[in-house]
Design a protein around this ligand. Structure first.
Ligand code: PRP
Length: 181
């Protein structure tokens, strides 16, 4: 696929076909690991919505979904990583086999907070599935059980990831030009 005619986009990193193929692999792995159980996918708004729904369609065990909304900001001293829940889950996860679904893991601050928070609600199990992993930006170590793609330290959009709230609906993942993001 050639670079799309969208301002600010440098090149396609993963095509729709590559994403679909990888989603099938990860969904098959999840289906095997959760055979005989019901899995609850917990998505983190907004970025994970596109990935979660696409992934869910390929998972072959009984499945429920729920969503969390978060806000993250720096504290008074300018340190990043302060995360709060802005929209809580609709239902309890006590006793559930939960997979927390993210579009991207960067510093790990969001995931660390969410894992601590969700673990306190007594799920039967708690795993992490992320569409993208930008491990080069990690500051705190967090467990990632399923990842679709490792990406370089570049600003990317598409398949749920945004630039000023735009481009989430692209079917592919693209790298923004260096002066963007
Ligand atoms: C992204 C992503 C994670 C978080 C990861 O959310 O969805 O929640 O950042 O970053 P971290 O590992 O550095 O904590 P974002 O704030 O872009 O919100 P969005 O999903 O609504 O786009």
């Amino acid at each position: 696929m050639s670079a799309p005619a969208i301002p600010g986009i440098e090149r396609v990193l993963f095509t729709e076909e590559q994403i679909e193929a990888r989603l099938c692999e990860v969904a098959a792995e999840i289906s095997r690991n959760y055979a005989g159980r019901t899995v609850k996918l917990v998505g983190v708004l907004k970025g994970s919505v596109f990935f979660l729904t696409a992934l869910a369609r390929h998972i072959e065990v009984p499945l429920k979904i729920d969503f969390l909304g978060i806000s993250s900001f720096s504290n008074k001293s300018g340190s990043p990583g302060v995360v709060r829940i802005a929209k809580d889950l609709d239902e309890s996860i006590e006793g559930d086999d939960v997979i927390l679904v993210e579009d991207i893991v960067d510093t790990g601050f969001t995931l660390r907070y969410l894992l601590q928070n969700l673990a306190g609600r007594a799920p039967n199990s708690l795993a992490v599935c992320t569409f993208l992993d930008r491990n080069s930006r990690r500051i705190v170590q967090v467990p990632v059980d399923y990842r679709c793609f490792e990406i370089p330290d570049r600003f990317v959009v598409g398949f749920g990831l945004d630039y000023n709230q735009l481009y989430r609906n692209l079917g592919y993942v693209a790298v923004m030009k260096p002066d963007k993001g």
